[in-house]
Design a protein around this ligand. Structure first.
Ligand code: ZN
Length: 148
């Protein structure tokens, strides 16, 4: 966990305890919730590093954004459109992928694959459910935007 913390701090972010796991790009803080096991804590911390990696890339290429931006904006996400929600889910998958890569690059011993898969599935499941739960706006026909 110390190596993960160092990775975060080296990039100008600080680590703070939180009610849930999140990266706040406005205050440059990675919030980490207390977890029952060290393995789950490490898995989730690496996932947040994955989000940081996406954010730093977005800062350099703002037009190539993956999804939401700040924590404040994310918390307002109930009002997001279906496309924006899907972009957030897409970012979640990407953050999991990058988190694993960062863990490997740090040379730390990752928790057992079974545990990592379980933590990942549990998080992705709630994001996907959130994405599909709400009533969607009637779909506009493709190509109808801006005509007539
Ligand atoms: Zn996430």
């Amino acid at each position: 966990m110390n190596k993960v913390r160092a990775w975060i701090e080296k990039r100008g972010f600080c680590v703070a305890p939180g009610a849930f796991h999140a990266v706040d790009v406005e205050s440059h803080t990675v919030f980490l919730k207390e977890e029952a096991s060290r393995g789950a804590a490490l898995t989730l911390a690496l996932h947040e590093c994955g989000h940081m990696s996406i954010y730093s890339e977005r800062a350099r290429f703002p037009k190539r954004s993956v999804a939401g931006a700040s924590l404040r904006q994310f918390l307002a996400s109930q009002r997001k459109t279906a496309a924006e929600r899907l972009a957030i889910v897409e970012e979640e998958f990407e953050a999991w992928r990058r988190g694993e890569e960062i863990g490997k690059s740090l040379g730390i011993r990752l928790p057992p694959a079974k545990l990592r898969r379980r933590v990942k599935a549990s998080c992705l499941r709630s994001h996907v459910a959130w994405c599909t739960r709400t009533r969607l706006q009637p779909r506009k026909r493709h190509g109808s935007v801006g005509r007539r």
